[in-house]
Design a protein around this ligand. Structure first.
Ligand SMILES: [Fe+2]
Ligand SMILES: [Fe+2]
Length: 481
């Protein structure tokens, strides 16, 4: 299906042929724009941002970059092309044709899955809305806005599914996605991590590294879904998600690079005197964002996960990747895991494989996180600095699942509650740490310049150099602060 870019809502789903759906979505569109203006990036709506817009769903469709004002971004509905003879590839329905309509028995479950995914998209835009005011460079400012507009498009992807396949309930859910607010006491976003404040750029980089990566794993498992429109939506979203994680990984890298550079220039001196972010503060941020992101995977032993897999709604990561799994039924296997005992101990358990699907996904996620951390550590080592970023234990600082609200230290050892609370300031950034990081967050809006706490990127966006004018301001941005 070709992409209709001139339509009011750009799409490759033949929206013009479905007048009722088109009208419903066109009625939702102004509410979305209103939400964007209220809750999207604060300021900068009149500036020209060098953004990538999808103009086609093949790989070439990604090469389109231009300066646009964010409210004029072409938010649209894109699905990867359908494959006529596609079959469900796992669970009890394996081998049957994929569904083009919602299977009746799974209507409520699918709606909940889509709403939960959809809710994270506007949530992260809300969390990041003040960051433009302290961007370290135009390159970073542009990357922030690219992430933001794409999260907006992900919301469109989920709203399309709700409108098209879930009738009146779906339309109501789509409205509610614009009503909940990140961090709002009365009407918060659905998942914990998406109500956490993101006050500084180190948090933003950790969020895009750890929390967007949870998104990658959720989308990948939904991209295996037997409900084909969901699978095709998520497949396309994954291509955008990759850039978000790139922003996170290279962002933290550049902070580390600057810190170790300052350490080498003034050995023995506290790096804060030179305006760098100390390595132990970076570690504390990693501890926080890794643990809140681990909470997003759901229960370690879950009957919901088992029935979603059985039904063919949600598969494993790369379920159909050749050589990845040879058993797509997962009926007779167990997954080795651990759980807490009542006296602060840990015991081994065997979880029936289908019930362990959240854990299977989460463990894949952890391995993926570790790869990025290894690259960070290589950079630190190359600089001759003796320090290693470490992912904390799955037990540390959890709010969901088996280990929630228990005093486990980052190494995974049980400590007395009182000792835990005393030592928490060594593990999670204190108000003082955050105040220091906040003190560095001064905007740099000149072309080719960068703040002192972060290194410039090695290359720019779309083969441009770092000193490209990624944002063309409408007026003096400093005068707005
Ligand atoms: Fe997203
Ligand atoms: Fe994302």
């Amino acid at each position: 299906m070709r992409v209709d870019l001139d339509a009011k809502i750009p799409n490759n789903v033949g929206l013009a042929d479905d007048r009722k759906l088109q009208r419903a979505l066109e009625a939702w569109q102004p509410n979305f724009i209103e939400w964007w203006k209220d809750m999207g990036p604060e300021g900068f709506q009149m500036d020209q941002i060098y953004l990538r817009t999808a103009v086609a769903v093949d790989s070439k469709g990604w090469a389109h970059f231009e300066h646009v004002k964010m409210p004029d971004y072409r938010w649209g509905i894109f699905l990867t092309p359908s494959d006529e003879d596609k079959l469900i590839s796992f669970g009890d329905n394996m081998g049957k044709p994929v569904w083009d309509q919602v299977p009746g028995d799974w209507r409520t479950a699918l709606r909940r899955i889509i709403v939960t995914q959809g809710d994270t998209e506007p949530a992260s835009v809300e969390q990041q809305r003040m960051l433009g005011q302290c961007a370290p460079s135009l390159y970073d400012l542009r990357n922030l806005f690219q992430v933001n507009v794409e999260e907006g498009r992900h919301l469109w992807a989920m709203v399309y599914l709700l409108h098209k396949y879930f009738g009146r309930d779906g339309r109501e859910e789509a409205e509610d996605l614009l009503v909940r607010r990140s961090g709002n006491v009365d009407s918060p976003r659905i998942l914990g991590a998406f109500n956490e404040p993101i006050k500084d750029w180190l948090s933003f980089f950790c969020f895009t590294f750890f929390t967007d990566r949870d998104g990658k794993y959720q989308l990948a498992s939904l991209a295996e879904s037997g409900f084909d429109p969901l699978a095709r939506s998520c497949r396309f979203m994954l291509t955008e998600e990759a850039h978000h994680m790139f922003v996170g990984e290279t962002g933290v890298s550049r902070v580390l690079q600057r810190t170790v550079q300052l350490m080498k220039e003034s050995p023995g001196e506290d790096v804060t005197t030179r305006g760098g972010i100390p390595l132990d503060i970076i570690q504390k941020y990693v501890n926080r964002w890794f643990s809140v992101s681990m909470d997003l995977f759901g229960g370690e032993d879950s009957s919901n996960a088992a029935s979603y897999f059985a039904a063919g709604l949600k598969g494993r990561f790369n379920e159909t990747h050749p050589g990845k799994y040879d058993d797509h039924l997962a009926l007779d296997q167990v997954y080795d895991s651990t759980r807490p005992t009542s006296d602060g101990g840990i015991e081994n358990v065997e979880v029936p494989m289908r019930r362990a699907m959240n854990l299977v996904l989460r463990d894949e996620y952890k391995v993926d996180c570790q790869k990025g951390v290894d690259r960070w550590n290589k950079l630190i080592k190359r600089a001759g600095v003796d320090f290693k970023i470490v992912l904390p234990s799955e037990r540390f600082h959890r709010s969901q699942g088996l280990w929630a609200n228990q005093p486990w230290d980052p190494e995974g050892n049980w400590v007395e509650q009182e000792a835990y609370e005393r030592k928490l300031s060594e593990w999670i950034a204190t108000e003082e740490d955050e105040a220091y990081v906040a003190s560095l967050m001064k905007p740099v809006y000149e072309v080719g310049k960068i703040a002192g706490w972060i290194a410039p990127p090695r290359t720019g966006i779309n083969n441009n150099t770092f000193d490209f004018e990624y944002v063309k301001f409408e007026d003096d941005p400093y005068a707005r602060l």
